[in-house]
Design a protein around this ligand. Structure first.
Ligand code: GLC
Length: 813
């Protein structure tokens, strides 16, 4: 059964059935002020820090039918009775005649009809403002006039999101609401004891006749009333209680009056946070003018128009185009902003903040509009490097306090992750290739110095004590390489640390990691070409030597006959070998041995063939096989999952693009594309009953075929899959790859394609690319013309280009 469809003209996905198997969400605003809205109008909002400054009470674990954070009631007066309607389906849950939830770019619009009353609610957060706007339109489509009330409701969370659930003494005592008037409008403010620092408010640009702030009074019957049928909505007016403790809500009753046939009324409600009543009044008075709401809404649209204009592709696959032109770049914007903070799967309650490796990979997606943000993040990440070259696994981007992540919790395991620090090299090189900004390498950033401190969460965190003097970003990158050079094991391969990319394999030291060996190889290759471009000879040879040495070690110790193994444990036992009972083969060891260039042609082909044979399924490539079937503390978290789930033999989507990239490097365009197609979320629109998640963004994982729920997707939105799937599709399948001196065009497409077209903005110039494939090959540029002039090879040098350039590419034998 289908739950909705894509509207690529409007750049929306439209949900048409509210009874989705799980909530589907969309992001609004940013980390400064924002969060997500689900398809039933519930919202999780916060300002700055999701853990310490949360606004709405969104309880992930409650059933789909529950009220979460925000909702809206419409009430029809019939004689002396009221009919209560939920235009968002929940929490009243009558069948709606029409339901459409438009998932737009940074906005959501829910349209519904029941009893011939049409409601249209547009939800968004204006850029650089701390307020969520819900614009509500109500239209009477009955022949007779109908008297209608509109009652939007917010349930507040305590500012401290964890305390909201763990402290039933302090929290209820400190939550208080007040009502004040603002230009004859009712304004509800909440946060009495916090009023000198921050005040949440809920108000409207339409006359409010009564309000409620005490949840139990709103529900009635001492709180035994329900959200489905709140007792107070059976009364003509709300109680106008200002809550002095307890569960604070904000409900505003608006009488729209009698609407004649086809008559429409419009109002907007504002949920925000400011430092003072004055600031609140300024914001609200500004947005009480409809034209200001419209201007801000249009600003968002232009932002997105600009953001998406940087690359537009036209291939033979509509599903591919849909992802590349709209949904994948949008998701990359979201992961860059939210890292792994706040989603339906990350509650944002801990001290997690940004993950070093996660953010380093998120910013591998870069376009000409995101440059500033990416640069800012690169500099923050660099500041997390310690003097020895290792980095803090996680950090709070506001306080810049880092933490060692899960590694903190294990006494007998190293406190660093073997791979983290190396990702930064990839991120910086990609940044320079896209922007040409080599100056970034000269920026001086201090090392992260820290001391242990008790944190708010009663765990130890590290306090940043860095002084102002630093070393250049380039030195930091070289320092990262040194850390791996100085931390190798008995076989010459890099030590695993607490874990590498796979967080859940936590072997005792001195275990060695094949993944880190390959990432090190890739980082060395990137460093060598960067130094070549910068014409800095110092150290170049040294890195080439390390590259060759690691290549030897890997091929000597890690080749298993048909594939590469994944780890060597502290007892010199192999993991990811044919000799193992569980997890005999891992996808990452194969893909990355090709990406690093360590595998020669014969081994690369064998390794990728083994991936196809042992790990591929119709729903994607599994991370490893077979799954462990009981807990083994010697191995770690991977063994806590049932076989087929997540890292334990699940289809971990983040790893799929790496195989696609490896296949493209080897020239196997047919297989690379098949791998892309079998996971493309747009295609999942036809199998939502099985897949369950949003078809308009990448998920982190799909249950593998060892699990009875094979095909079920989870952890949508905040995943490294977003950046890597985009890179695999654009830079490897389409082969449009920025390099230091220009644009490389090196497609590796399915042989059945006749070619494709693309338009890209790159370093201020426009490139109109037309690829033809008359011989139906996968890879091999036979001829390349820049503005009708033939060139040798496939590197479009910037110096040969004007402002607008026609690039004609002929593939062929
Ligand atoms: C999660 C983590 C990521 C890790 C992956 C595999 O996606 O956010 O850092 O690499 O799991 O364990």
């Amino acid at each position: 059964m289908k739950y909705g469809y894509f509207d690529n003209n409007k750049k929306e996905y439209i949900i048409t059935n509210p009874k989705l198997p799980v909530k589907w969400i969309n992001y609004i605003g940013s980390l400064k002020f924002g969060g997500f809205v689900d398809h039933t109008g519930g919202a999780l909002l916060c300002k700055g820090d999701p853990a310490l400054n949360r606004i709405t009470n969104y309880i992930h674990q409650l059933p789909n039918s529950s009220f979460k954070g925000e909702t809206l009631y419409i009430r029809i007066k019939k004689e002396n009775n009221y009919i209560i309607i939920s235009p968002f389906y929940t929490p009243v849950m009558q069948e709606l005649d029409i339901y459409q939830c438009h998932i737009g770019l940074s906005y959501m619009k829910i349209v519904s009809e029941i009893f011939n009353i049409r409601t249209e609610v547009t939800i968004f957060i204006p850029e650089n403002h701390s307020v969520e706007i819900r614009n509500i339109k109500v239209i009477n489509k009955n022949r007779e006039a109908v008297e209608i009330d509109v009652i939007p409701v917010v349930e507040y969370s305590h500012f401290d999101a964890v305390k909201q659930f763990t402290n039933q003494d302090w929290v209820p005592q400190t939550m208080q609401s007040e009502m004040i008037k603002n230009q004859n409008k009712i304004l509800l403010q909440y946060a009495f004891m916090n009023r000198n620092m921050r005040i949440n408010y809920f108000t409207s640009n339409f006359p409010v006749s009564s309000f409620e702030t005490d949840r139990e009074i709103f529900l009635g019957k001492n709180g035994y009333g329900t959200w489905t049928k709140p007792c107070s909505l059976m009364e003509p007016e709300l109680g106008c209680t200002t809550a002095v403790r307890g569960n604070n809500i904000a409900a505003l009753l608006h009488h729209l009056g009698k609407l004649k046939e086809n008559e429409e009324r419009e109002l907007s409600v504002f949920l925000g946070q400011e430092k003072s009543i004055n600031d609140i009044k300024n914001t609200v008075n500004f947005f009480c003018k409809n034209e200001n709401i419209n201007t801000e809404y249009n600003k968002l649209s232009s932002f997105w128009k600009n953001y998406l204009s940087v690359l537009n592709v036209n291939t033979e696959s509509e599903e591919f185009n849909t992802m590349i032109n709209i949904h994948n770049p949008r998701q990359c914007f979201i992961t860059t902003n939210w890292s792994r903070y706040l989603s339906l799967y990350q509650t944002g309650t801990g001290a997690r903040g940004l993950g070093f490796r996660d953010t380093s990979q998120d910013i591998l997606y870069i376009n000409s509009v995101s440059i500033k943000k990416n640069k800012e993040l690169i500099l923050k990440l660099t500041g997390m490097q310690k003097e020895d070259g290792s980095v803090m696994h996680q950090f709070n981007p506001l306080t810049m306090v880092g933490s060692e992540g899960d590694a903190r919790e294990f006494k007998d395991r190293p406190k660093y992750y073997g791979d983290d620090h190396l990702w930064l090299i990839l991120a910086v090189c990609e940044y320079i290739k896209e922007t040409g900004d080599v100056e970034i390498l000269k920026t001086k950033i201090p090392f992260y110095k820290y001391k242990k401190q008790k944190s708010n969460y009663n765990t130890e965190t590290l306090q940043n004590e860095s002084n102002v003097y630093g070393v250049t970003v380039l030195t930091h990158l070289e320092n990262a390489l040194s850390f791996t050079i100085n931390n190798t094991g008995n076989n010459g391969l890099p030590l695993l640390g607490f874990a590498d990319w796979n967080d859940t394999v936590n072997l005792k030291p001195p275990a060695e990691s094949i993944f880190v060996a390959n990432l090190f190889g890739k980082a060395l290759k990137e460093m060598v070409s960067l130094l070549e471009f910068l014409k800095i000879d110092k150290n170049k040879e040294k890195y080439e030597k390390y590259y060759n040495k690691m290549k030897k070690c890997l091929n000597f110790s890690a080749w298993d006959g048909k594939w590469y193994i994944r780890y060597i444990d502290s007892n010199e036992q192999k993991m990811g070998s044919n000799t193992n009972k569980y997890s005999k083969i891992y996808a990452n060891a194969q893909s990355w041995s090709v990406i690093s260039g360590f595998a020669d042609r014969e081994r690369a082909e064998k390794a990728l063939e083994s991936v196809y044979k042992y790990l591929n399924t119709k729903n994607g490539i599994k991370l490893s096989v077979p799954g462990f079937n009981s807990y083994d503390p010697e191995i770690g978290g991977i063994t806590t999952y049932p076989p087929g789930a997540k890292e334990n033999g699940g289809i971990f989507l983040h790893s799929n693009p790496w195989v696609i990239i490896a296949e493209s490097i080897m020239g196997n365009g047919d297989r690379a594309y098949k791998y892309y197609e079998q996971i493309n979320p747009v295609k999942k629109n036809n199998v939502i009953e099985e897949y369950e998640c949003e078809p308009y963004c990448w998920a982190q994982n799909i249950l593998g075929d060892e699990h009875v729920k094979f095909g079920l997707g989870r952890n949508s939105w905040l995943t490294g899959t977003a950046a890597w799937a985009y890179i695999a599709a654009v830079k490897y399948i389409l082969g449009i790859r920025p390099s230091y001196r220009g644009l490389i065009i090196d497609p590796c497409i399915p042989s059945r394609w006749n070619g494709f077209k693309a338009e890209k903005f790159f370093r201020g110039k426009k490139f109109v690319i037309n690829v033809l494939n008359p011989d139906h090959v996968c890879k091999a540029v036979k001829e390349l013309k820049i503005n009708s002039k033939k060139i040798e090879g496939n590197l479009v040098l910037l110096e040969d280009c004007g402002d607008v350039n026609q690039i004609d590419v002929m593939l062929g034998k």
